[in-house]
Design a binder for this molecule. Sequence first.
Ligand code: G3P
Length: 218
Amino acid sequence: MKFFVDTGDINEIRDLAATGLLDGVTTNPSLIAKAGKPFIPLIEEICSVVTGPVSAEVAATDYETMSKEGAKLAQIAPNVAVKVPLTPAGLKVCKELSDGGTMVNVTLCFSPLQALLAAKAGASFISPFVGRLDDISQDGMQLIADILTIYDNYPDFQTEVLVASVRHPVHLLEAARLGAHVATCPPDVIRKLYHHPLTDKGLAAFVEDWKKTGQSIL
Ligand code: G3P
């Protein structure tokens, strides 16, 4: 399973990239606004830190402008995945960019049929938002299961299921159990994955017992 981090914070990205566990980055206009930095140079910087896909989202909603924005974002670096919304204009741009060899991440997916459309449009990634579905009392993980089933029925589809709007480690656990290809998580969710109280307790005991031996490995 690939781990992407969902942030526009370059320091967080550098920190997580150093763990060797980071396979890519996703951003969106809200995260860029939170980062408070000029968009294009920020994406350039992220692409210089991370070799995997870096999602950069278009801002326009009409086809003509979105198409130009997508072409511009695609020029930033070979590992840019242009992010487009799951709308008729977004999928038209998706098809265009995919046909030209650019990775596309189709975002704001909330139904299995939307995901089917994105795969047909040649998306590299489909981003179903599990947390936002859970927020309105719908089952976000059921959406992931449905999309994976549909995609498995059609081996010609190359689209990877990128679980988005991940809010806590259990989202990631369930996504991994289902076999989702990728999950994009806020930095704090990735950090939480390391922790278990029994690990801390066990390590403290080993450290104490090792001291009693009076030995040194080095
Ligand atoms: O990048 C899109 C997605 O991960 C947003 O998450 O928490 O704003 O629903 P959230």
